[in-house]
Design a protein around this ligand. Sequence first.
Ligand code: FE
Ligand code: FE
Ligand code: ZN
Length: 283
Amino acid sequence: MPAMESQFFIGCHLSAAEGFRGLARDAIAVGANVFQFFTRNPRGGQARPIDPTDVADFLETAAAHSFGKILAHAPYTLNACSANPETRRFAREVFADDLKRMEFVPGNLYNFHPGSHVGQGVERGVELIAETLDAVLSPEQSTTVLLETMAGKGSEVGGSFGELKAIIDRTALGDRLGVCLDTCHVWDAGYDIVRDLDGVLAEFDREVGLDRLRAIHLNDSKNPLGAHKDRHEKIGQGCIGLEALARVTGHPLLRHLPFYLETPHDELSGWAGEIALLKRLRK
Ligand code: FE
Ligand code: FE
Ligand code: ZN
């Protein structure tokens, strides 16, 4: 354990309507110092134009409140390994546009779901995802692109640590990629973070390397270990449970990372309660 206690970077997914300014305001309101947001409508579509005043305001607020890294989430409809070339072209365009926009808030994170191979097989899926990444990544960009660990439902690629590593290895600028570990997804994929968190982290280290791990999506799960479902639950109300999730935020190998809640709440107060609780439990 480091001698100097590091800051606890905890926040949630937010969807303020008025740009970065609104996101920062809501983050502060829920007691967060990081947040996740969609770059555009989660189903795809046009992104709002970047407003330089909004960005400047945000950067000032973020500095004043010692914010950690913010995490942009790509639309769910983005499928980099679709069998349809049109869908892959759309994925590439959205990805490239999002990365261009992220440079207005330099040095942050961009997370995407690797995709679904829709019957083409994992190997072809990996190849197409790496092709997309090769088309959009540039050595100059300051944003770190993160592959999210998936639950392995349907033909999802990225349901195992080995599949994520295969994508990284196949990508020319793979050294610029990181991983975002979603606790609900890895649990649903069959990694037992309740009874054997150390073992799961050791496996991640062997397969991918813990230096690649850059963010945690902190969610409980509605389903049992290995269910391959991907249904998030509120913290402490699912099959993972509060104790196991608190062990994740306090783990010596993870505690320096930013944690983002993607739990189902309709009101900001729901996340405020979870953030306060996790701060209290952090050892
Ligand atoms: Fe996600
Ligand atoms: Fe997630
Ligand atoms: Zn999910």
